[in-house]
Design a protein around this ligand. Structure first.
Ligand SMILES: *Cc1c(COP(=O)(O)O)cnc(C)c1O
Length: 219
């Protein structure tokens, strides 16, 4: 796949779906070789999303330009808190209270605060990580109390419903939850939408989309 062409296509589609707020595109580069990240960078991409701490750190050792931003988007095991807190700019998958103090403790004093999104399991799927919508507020409160951390908003991976109306319903639930959070905290980011549904997500309030296969090809 020609990465500059797929990136330009994506940017065009994102701009067309946008209704107001800016939308940040995350290139999800899990299981992709560093050469592909470099090609995307050459085409203008600066924000990368990775799911596995070991894999991501191995890539960063080889290649990490100063103007890139790295988001950890996979399920976080507590024994990976240190690596993630020290090597990433954002972490999108905080879904339990016990991670918050650990992350704050590992972020180094000279680093900018770690940007955090609370991951919500919006369709209550047994197979998926993420907290309940009710728990999101308490986790948010704990994050907001830590100077080493910066609460930015919510992330979710809705169920892959085949029906468009059900996907819309999930995105709308998330947008409502985000608006409630925004009424109580200083947050600006709603991360929802992937290769198959990012336009629908943007039409329903996403400010950040995480796109893997539609940019980099299959994994
Ligand atoms: C893999 C992944 C993506 C990207 O998925 P695509 O369907 O390839 O766009 C987005 N978000 C998360 C959390 C992922 O794990």
């Amino acid at each position: 796949m020609d990465l500059s062409k797929s990136l330009a296509d994506l940017r065009r589609r994102i701009a067309a779906a946008r209704c107001g707020e800016d939308v940040t595109l995350i290139g999800v580069s899990k299981k992709q070789p560093v050469e592909k990240l470099q090609a995307a960078y050459a085409a203008g991409l600066r924000v990368f999303g990775e799911n596995y701490a070991q894999e991501a750190l191995a890539k960063m050792v080889l290649w990490r330009p100063l103007d890139t931003e790295w988001h950890f988007i996979g399920p976080l095991q507590s024994n990976k808190c240190k690596e993630v807190a020290q090597h990433f700019d954002w972490l999108q998958s905080v879904d339990r209270m016990s991670l918050v103090a650990k992350l704050a403790g590992h972020r180094l004093a000279h680093q900018a605060p770690l940007n955090l999104l609370v991951q919500v399991n919006i369709d209550a799927e047994a197979s998926k990580s993420g907290c309940s919508p009710e728990a999101a507020f308490e986790i948010a409160r704990q994050i907001a109390a830590q100077p080493q951390l910066r609460l930015r908003g919510l992330m979710a991976i809705p169920a892959p419903w085949p029906e468009r109306e059900l996907r819309v319903a999930s995105f709308c639930k998330l947008k409502r939850l985000f608006d409630e959070l925004r009424a109580r905290f200083d947050v600006d980011t709603l991360s929802m939408g992937m290769s198959d549904d990012f336009e629908l997500a943007i039409e329903h309030g996403a400010t950040m989309v995480r796109v893997g296969s539609a940019l980099f090809g299959s994994r």
